[in-house]
Design a protein around this ligand. Structure first.
Ligand code: GLC
Length: 415
């Protein structure tokens, strides 16, 4: 038996595409979020970042609008990263928070308010690993108490939140993290919140504590989940950076192309997983030009794909071309067709791959009424024989190229 997802998990899964944001004191140094640890930044230098943190460029409304444009339906923001600094008002729990910097604004409140205004789901990333809290190594139980209190603040002062995204348990794999207490508290205070705990680069897709609602595939490729016999339906999420770092890194120019990101997103949907795409904000919270441009570009695709991208579910149909797959929504099927050419005279356009013909799908039982490209409503030529649907997948007409093209397949009503 495959368990039915709880409503909150089903809703999260239908959000499909989220924005991950890494931002903190490390952003001022512009060399990645691990800089304090890896580059062994002296305490006084890191203190300068704290003393100069104004967040003057942080415009939460603008970030939410950009996420919307990109077709993202939730945002997961680092409320505290491994350097221990909190972007929220810890209400006396710690002096190492935003209220003790010149900024003196609760940035998490600004973030949540902006999300609520624009119907965006706010999620909180929170580290469990802490490089600077003395108790992390010396008195782990006391540290866990501090961690619980920190999370309690996030669960009580910001209204309804989408969920908690923990990261860092991989730093002490054998330890007793007292997860029952932490997760139990979240469950009590925020019954609809998703609880996610990143299993890290080396344990992608691994299930964990019974309260965990989604597995993670950090920087990976989501794989289908075998939910047979699971005590509850657990969903999946794959998170990825646009370049190589999560926090801003000025000299990391290894950006993925819109093709790479869109194909990761479609691959995630193929197996029913969400795709959480990261941007690193600038020192004082501004959005970089590159993130903005890439997200707006991806938004052109998600806007085209929206009819099936969010609520379309993986199905068993088999496609002739390896990267292609079909999602099902209600009675309709949507085939995601990859690697089509840009059409045009041979002397003008370079072919991407040599073949655009000979596509088919195996396993459709109903009689197909119509098949249309969703980007221009054009009908496709098709024939149906037994359970094989063959169709002519033309490429993109000169002047446009969507990378992954989607055709909607409608089945006769009385089937
Ligand atoms: C890793 C890193 C961290 C990043 C996270 C995002 O665990 O330690 O810097 O926040 O992945 O998935």
């Amino acid at each position: 038996m495959i368990p039915v997802p709880e409503k909150r998990i089903a809703e999260f899964e239908n959000r499909a595409f989220g924005m991950f944001i890494h931002w903190g004191l490390y952003s001022s140094l512009r060399q990645g979020e691990w800089t304090l640890n890896i580059h062994k930044i002296p305490e006084n230098k890191y203190r300068e970042c704290f003393n100069n943190f104004t967040a003057e460029d942080f415009d939460a409304d603008k970030i939410v609008s950009l996420a919307k444009k990109a077709g993202m339906k939730y945002i997961t923001l680092t409320t505290r990263h491994h350097d221990g600094f909190s972007l929220y008002d810890t209400r006396g729990l710690s002096n190492y928070d935003v209220m003790h910097t010149p900024c003196k604004r609760d940035l998490i409140k600004e973030f949540v308010d902006a999300c609520n205004k624009q119907d965006m789901l706010p999620m909180f990333y929170h580290t469990t690993l802490d490089w600077i809290h003395p108790d992390f190594d010396k008195n782990f139980d006391a540290y866990l108490e501090y961690l619980r209190k920190s999370v309690e603040i996030l669960c009580t002062h910001y209204g309804k939140i989408g969920g908690l995204w923990f990261d860092g348990n991989w730093s002490k794999r054998g330890a007793d993290w007292k997860l029952d207490e932490l997760y139990g508290m979240i469950h009590r205070l925020q019954p609809d919140a998703m609880i996610i705990n990143n299993t890290g680069l080396s344990e992608q897709g691994k299930t964990g504590h019974p309260e965990i609602d989604s597995v993670t595939f950090e920087q990976g490729q989501a794989t289908p989940m075998n939910r047979e016999g699971m005590p509850k339906y657990v969903t999946a999420e794959m998170c990825q950076t646009m370049n190589r770092h999560w926090g801003i890194a000025e000299y990391d120019i290894d950006y993925k192309s819109p093709r790479q990101m869109i194909e990761r997103l479609t691959h995630a949907r193929k197996v029913g997983a969400n795709y959480l795409l990261n941007i690193g904000l600038d020192a004082q919270g501004g959005i970089t030009k590159m993130s903005e441009a890439l997200l707006e570009t991806i938004g052109i695709w998600t806007n085209m794909a929206k009819e099936s991208l969010y609520e379309g579910k993986p199905c068993e149909l088999i496609c002739s071309h390896q990267k292609d797959f079909v999602l099902k929504k209600g009675k309709d099927y949507f085939v995601y067709v990859h690697d089509l050419n840009l059409l045009g005279p041979k002397d003008v356009v370079a072919a991407y791959k040599s073949t655009t013909e000979g596509h088919c799908i195996k396993g459709i039982t109903g009689k197909v009424k119509s098949m249309k490209w969703v980007d221009n409503n054009e009908e496709l030529l098709f024939t149906q024989k037994e359970d094989i649907l063959s169709y002519r997948a033309v490429g993109f007409y000169y002047g446009r190229h969507y990378i992954v093209r989607i055709a909607k397949i409608e089945i006769e009503e009385n089937e």
